[in-house]
Design a protein around this ligand. Structure first.
Ligand SMILES: Nc1nc2c(ncn2[C@@H]2O[C@H](COP(=O)(O)OP(=O)(O)OP(=O)(O)O)[C@@H](O)[C@H]2O)c(=O)[nH]1
Ligand SMILES: [Mg+2]
Length: 554
């Protein structure tokens, strides 16, 4: 992302800057916890620093003199202040801590200097009643004389780096001997290429060059600056030791102070830098999210670990068990009932069980067999597939966030699945009407057979006791009681035989229906525990991408 270069005279709209900073904040809100913290540090630093800088005085412009040791920063500082404030030395490095000079009332500038951490004993106030209006044009300037950045003292360099991150404008001071030193270009000037509109380069000690040499040195320096990405930055010459040697620099600073734009430009450049650094974390495509095929695969894998096949098998058996218990020959039904109900064995609602309770109120207590290693690895693969497919088109950092999200609730899955299975209405709570009808028919034929048996027993008893015999009607050749007994028994067997295939068919149907319901419940678990966290990351990604696009607007 190439930022638009705001030329030296292009103004930064404060409202637009605030909107861009707000967009960076939104980006962070979306990306925090999703992307590695280290990648978000610059954005956090910017938001924090910009908030503070804008809350502090906007009427002051914080300008730093930065450069190698001996380039003449302190000399320029003193020359601009027209006082000997910062020690100038022959022993290098001279300046160990930043010194500040404030033009104008010191109160507001004081808070600014507290923030950048310049000690009160190193602060000076330039303007006083004695100066009359001499210094009025610089009113609002807070000038910092920094330690050298190529120091043998590591603390100097750290201090310079810290302050360069905070100031509104930087005046880079170079001298004819060291202007081409690698460190200033690679470690500093190049880093400032997005801050061209708050960068000024000064070739100091111009008096040390033969006048004929000056244009050549300036051209060489300009070439180096261009190579640093600093095309177009003002390049001035100064001689700190002569009163008329800093006129150009003073005029440039007066313009900067009058515009009151440096702070805004600096922050706008910082936003550019941060946005460019984050660019690779967002792409242009909108992620599609988990598709139906992956969701189905997930449901199947979850169903495996949840023991759905075992439960549906039990449903089919239970249906047959219960159907036979209701429709079978009444005399063997009682014996049937003594056998355990297959669903009860899994601690799922048996006959009369109230499975309509809300799932939450059920303790996870089914005795569905634990998933096998194969089922567990199938689930792992399915979750991985969800993450891979959802994250495949996302740029660096996000696929990991998607994978983490997909697995984030893995530990809660077994209980959730158990609750879902336990809370599913398996459709076996009501005895179908046809069971009752067949049951009634069975009772009828059984009673008929019993009536015949009773009649026969009574006839034998009367005969045995020598009592007068009953008048037994006959149907054809067969006596009626015998017909009733045999006919009842045969009819019972016949009804049982005819019912059996119907029961088998209905049991298979009950199994399919239960399976459907279980899969629905299991897929809801998959949605809540796996897909929803994944969608959450994709939403964050979308928000982060939109926010970054807003932050990049000029
Ligand atoms: N001839 C000449 N000498 C200069 C000029 N500017 C600074 N000097 C001398 O260069 C030496 C170093 O100047 P300083 O101002 O202390 O340099 P500095 O950049 O502050 O150095 P550190 O504090 O060590 O980083 C001093 O002896 C100054 O008198 C200049 O424009 N012309
Ligand atoms: Mg110095």
């Amino acid at each position: 992302m190439r930022e638009a270069f705001r030329g030296g005279d292009q103004r930064v709209d404060p409202d637009l800057l605030l909107a861009r900073l707000d967009a960076v904040r939104r980006f962070l809100a979306a990306a925090d916890g999703r992307l590695p913290d280290a990648q978000l540090v610059p954005a956090h630093t910017l938001v924090e620093r910009a908030g503070t800088r804008l809350a502090l005085s906007r009427d002051h412009t914080l300008v730093a003199l930065a450069g190698a040791t001996g380039s003449g920063k302190s000399s320029l500082f003193n020359a601009l202040a027209r006082l000997e404030l910062s020690p100038v030395g022959v022993r290098r490095p001279t300046t160990g801590v930043a010194h500040a000079c404030v033009w104008g009332p010191p109160e507001d500038a004081g808070r600014l200097l507290d923030w950048v951490g310049v000690l009160p004993r190193h602060r000076f106030v330039r303007e006083s009643a004695l100066d009359a209006d001499d210094e009025a044009a610089l009113r609002g300037l807070v000038l910092l004389d920094l330690p050298d950045f190529d120091s043998v003292q590591r603390s100097h360099r750290l201090e310079v780096d810290r302050l360069l991150g905070l100031v509104d404008q930087v005046v880079w001071v170079v001298d004819p001997q060291k202007y081409a030193d690698r460190v200033i270009h690679t470690s500093y000037l190049r880093e400032f290429h997005r801050h061209r509109d708050v960068t000024l380069v000064v070739l100091n000690q111009a008096d040390r060059l033969p006048p004929a040499e000056l244009p050549r040195v300036l051209a060489d320096l300009r070439r180096l600056l261009d190579a640093d990405g600093l095309e177009g930055v003002p390049l001035l010459t100064t001689t700190a030791t002569r009163p008329d040697g800093i006129t150009e620099l003073r005029a440039a600073l007066e313009r900067t102070v009058a515009e009151r734009q440096a702070a805004l430009r600096r922050l706008a450049g910082d936003v550019d830098t941060v946005v460019a650094g984050l660019d690779e974390l967002v792409g242009t495509t909108r992620p599609a999210g988990p598709d139906d095929t992956t969701a189905d695969e997930l449901t199947r894998a979850l169903a495996g670990t949840a023991g759905v096949p075992a439960v549906t098998e039990a449903v089919e058996q239970a249906y047959r068990h219960r159907a036979v218990a209701s429709t079978g020959w009444p005399l063997v039904r009682g014996w049937r009932r003594l056998r355990p109900d297959p669903l009860r064995r899994l601690h799922l609602p048996g006959p009369g069980g109230d499975s309509a309770q809300p799932a939450e109120s059920l303790v996870a207590a089914t005795s569905v067999p634990d998933p096998t290693a194969a089922q567990r690895s199938a689930l792992g693969l399915a979750i991985r597939a969800v993450a891979d497919r959802a994250g495949s088109e996302l740029p660096a950092g996000w696929p990991t966030a998607v994978t983490d999200a997909a697995r984030s609730r893995l530990a809660d899955l077994p209980d959730a699945l158990d609750r879902a299975v336990a809370g599913t209405d398996l459709g076996l709570n009501h005895r179908p009407l046809w069971w009752r009808l067949v049951g009634a028919v069975q009772w009828l034929v059984t009673l008929t057979a019993l009536a015949g048996l009773g009649w026969l027993v009574l006839g034998y008893a009367l005969r045995a006791l020598g009592l007068p015999e009953l008048d037994t009607p006959r149907v054809g050749e067969v006596p009626l009681p015998t017909l009733l007994l045999l006919g009842g028994l045969l009819a019972g067997l016949l009804v049982a035989a005819l019912t059996r295939p119907v029961v088998r068919w209905a049991a298979a149907r009950a199994r399919r229906r239960a399976e459907q319901r279980l899969l629905t419940a299991v897929s809801a678990v998959g949605d809540e525990y796996v897909l929803a966290p994944v969608r959450g990351v994709l939403t964050s990604y979308d928000e982060a991408r939109d926010a970054l696009r807003d932050a990049a607007r000029h």
